[in-house]
Design a protein around this ligand. Structure first.
Ligand SMILES: [Zn+2]
Ligand SMILES: [Zn+2]
Ligand SMILES: [Zn+2]
Length: 211
């Protein structure tokens, strides 16, 4: 029994060893084999795919920064376009406001003209060649404003600075303040410079014009 049993043990042993070696070789080959790569993917695509898969916080932060910058640029462009549109209509919109104030302006000039002429003459004979303006009491501004009715508020937009949600007011250029008195409710005196009348003081214009 012992004589024939031994070769069988050897054969079984050899087969078992062979299988173990075979498995070991197979495992080793798999481990060292290059990873299978999709044949169509470019290196960049592979990188991007790997990045988004991994949710790299640096890459995500960079993407957020870029998107925020793009939104900021778009907003800047909108503001620029609004300002350009308002600037193109500025003079005409102010003329429109002043158009209805011309008779009041004429009355103001006519009423005070003799006082103005007398001041010029006085200035000509004064040592400094100037006198204090009597019409504004040397303040350089009237105690009213023809363009806004003394409120200081832009009459075109009612003080909002906007004609609509995406249209800037051209008359005040978005400030909401009256352009003639810059919000004070007191327009500049048309007869003097900062409260002074010189011998050669220019005559006030016959019509209220846009500065
Ligand atoms: Zn004056
Ligand atoms: Zn005003
Ligand atoms: Zn306005």
């Amino acid at each position: 029994m012992k004589h024939w049993k031994r070769p069988l043990q050897i054969i079984v042993g050899a087969i078992t060893t062979g299988i173990v070696i075979g498995l070991a070789v197979q495992t080793a080959m798999h481990a060292s084999a290059p990873p299978s790569v999709s044949t169509n993917a470019t290196p960049v695509e592979s990188f991007n795919a790997a990045s988004s898969d991994q949710q790299d916080p640096n890459v995500l932060a960079m993407e957020r920064d870029i998107q925020a910058q793009e939104r900021a640029n778009a907003e800047k462009e909108k503001v620029r376009a609004r300002r350009a549109a308002a600037g193109a209509k500025l003079v005409q919109s102010r003329k429109n406001i002043l158009f209805f104030k011309q008779s009041q302006w004429s009355a103001l000039i006519t009423t005070n003209f003799s006082i103005f002429e007398a001041s010029r003459k006085s200035a000509a004979s004064a040592a400094d060649r100037w006198v204090r303006c009597q019409i504004c009491d040397g303040r350089g501004q009237m105690n009213f404003c023809l363009a806004c009715g003394n409120s200081g508020t832009c009459s075109a937009c009612g003080g909002t600075g906007q004609m609509s949600s995406d249209q800037m007011c051209p008359a005040c250029f978005g400030t909401g303040k009256c352009f003639l008195c810059t919000g004070s409710g007191m327009m500049a005196c048309p007869f003097c410079d900062d409260g002074l009348v010189t011998a050669n003081q220019p005559y006030p214009p016959q019509t209220l014009t846009v500065q």
